[in-house]
Design a protein. Structure first.
Length: 512
């Protein structure tokens, strides 16, 4: 009985569950159909919307394409019109060219006809000239070649005379226009730069208090003086001159080292070879420092910056070097200032000119003897130490040993000559002075017609006496120019040389 109740309960539960499941499935199917219908309707709406958008875009694109096609059609029409105009223009040009071609052909035929007529006339003219030439030869008794030679000779003489007169006129005109300004610039430059003149030579006199010091300097068997000479590289002359010892050497730096070393040794009183070597080494170092300090002070005074340290040392060494008795550093400073003033007057860069003037003689103080002129060696030194090309050229060309490539070169050359040509600036060797005067007179005597020559005013003027029966007045003018050119090409001299040619006629008679 209980089993039946349990089975009945289970069957009831199962039937109830199946009924509920059936009802639930029907509800689910109904909802699914509703959802499908809603989705279908929404899809249809979206489809309609998209179709409308596509149609709108299509219409827009179509309008744009129609517009672009219209613009291109217009452009094509414009190009066609332009081409038609060009074609018309080309046709007109072609017609014009054809017309000109026809005219040119007509002109060509006319010119050919004229050339034929001209050739005939030339033949006739040549026949007439030959007849006239034969008549002239018969009348004059000269052939055509002889007459031509005589005519050429006469024309040569006339041209030579006219050329000499023309040259003199040009020179006079140039002197009138240029001399005044050149003199003003040079004189103003010299006046604005005033420097002292230092005269030096190859010996230095060392003064001592008494002659007893001479014996101590010489030392036992001359060992002290030999040690001093070996350490300094100079020659020490101890003679009968009271209270003086002569230090002789061509290198002024060595003389200065020896002088300072002697001063310290005599002051200290200890004079022996070991002490001499110690003092000389110490003094050499001091002199080297003083050289560098002198170079720096010189560049600062002149306002020149950026020089290589080795160039500064070379400038300092100039203090102990002289040229024809003129102190080289003083000469370089003076030349630098002259260059700056002259460059300013001429509208050039005064700083570059001052730099070139200061460095123009650096080739005179080499550490080793070069086998080349000092100007060329100085230019190579400047180039080695990175100076600018125009500075190097001005250094190398200031004695005409290198071609001048900038305006600084002639300025340095002129200012170098001005500094050296001042009265008392340089002491010239007597032999060289006499040789220069003789060379001047010999050059003038080498010309035909010269009877006497005189070099006057310390070689600044050359007077040439010519024979009145050998040279005429026109030839004296050309002779003066030729002598001046030869002296300028073959000789080296300070300043300038004036050549005066004198031609005079003397009549001598005797009353008896």
């Amino acid at each position: 009985m209980e089993v039946i109740i349990i089975v009945s309960s289970v069957v009831f539960v199962l039937v109830s569950a199946w009924i509920m499941f059936t009802i639930y499935r029907k509800q689910i199917n109904k909802k699914t159909k509703e959802l499908k219908e809603a989705a279908r309707q929404e899809a249809e709406v979206i489809k309609q919307k998209k179709m409308l958008e596509v149609k709108e875009k299509f219409l827009n694109k179509k309008a744009e394409l129609e517009k672009e096609v219209h613009q291109r059609n217009q452009q094509i029409q414009q190009n066609e019109n332009r081409l038609k105009q060009r074609e018309i223009s080309l046709n007109q040009r072609q017609d014009e060219l054809n017309r000109k071609k026809t005219e040119i052909e007509a002109d060509k035929k006319r010119i050919e006809t004229q050339q034929q007529n001209l050739a005939k006339k030339e033949e006739e003219l040549e026949q007439l000239q030959a007849q006239e030439r034969a008549k002239l030869e018969a009348i004059s008794g000269l052939s055509a070649e002889e007459a031509r030679d005589r005519l050429v000779e006469s024309l040569k003489e006339e041209a030579k005379t006219n050329a000499a007169s023309y040259i003199n006129e040009i020179m006079d005109d140039a002197k009138m226009t240029a001399n005044k300004e050149a003199k003003r610039i040079v004189i103003q430059t010299i006046q604005r730069v005033a420097t002292e003149t230092a005269i030096e030579n190859s010996v230095t006199v060392f003064h001592i208090d008494n002659d007893e010091v001479k014996g101590r300097i010489i030392g036992r068997e001359g060992r002290n003086i030999r040690a001093l000479e070996a350490a300094t590289g100079v020659e020490i002359v101890v003679d009968d001159t009271p209270e003086a010892i002569v230090i002789s050497a061509f290198d002024p730096v060595r003389r200065e080292i020896c002088r300072l070393a002697l001063h310290q040794l005599v002051t200290d009183g200890r004079i022996h070879p070991a002490r001499i070597e110690e003092v000389v080494a110490k003094v050499s170092k001091q002199v080297e420092e003083e050289i560098i300090e002198t170079g720096k002070r010189t560049t600062i005074d002149l306002g020149i910056h950026g020089l290589h340290p080795e160039l500064i040392r070379i400038i300092g060494k100039m203090k102990y070097r002289s040229s024809y008795g003129q102190n080289l550093l003083q000469h370089a400073r003076e030349t630098a200032n002259l260059c700056a003033v002259m460059a300013s007057e001429l509208g050039l860069n005064p700083k570059k000119a001052k730099r070139a003037g200061l460095l123009h003689d650096i080739g005179k103080v080499p550490d080793e003897e070069p086998e080349m002129p000092h100007a060329i060696y100085g230019a190579k030194l400047a180039e080695k130490f990175k100076e600018k090309p125009e500075i190097c050229n001005a250094i190398g060309a200031h004695h005409d040993e290198m071609e001048m490539t900038s305006l600084l070169a002639p300025i340095v050359q002129v200012c170098d000559a001005i500094s050296g040509a001042r009265p008392g600036a340089r002491r010239e060797i007597v032999e060289a002075y006499i040789k220069r005067l003789n060379d001047l007179e010999n050059i003038a005597m080498s010309y035909p017609g010269v009877t006497k020559t005189y070099a006057i005013q310390a070689g600044r003027e050359l007077r040439v006496i010519v024979g009145a029966d050998k040279i005429d007045d026109k030839q004296t003018e050309s002779l003066s120019t030729e002598i001046a050119k030869k002296i300028q090409d073959e000789m080296t001299y300070p300043g300038q040389v004036k050549i005066t040619v004198i031609r005079e006629t003397r009549a001598v008679s005797y009353a008896k």
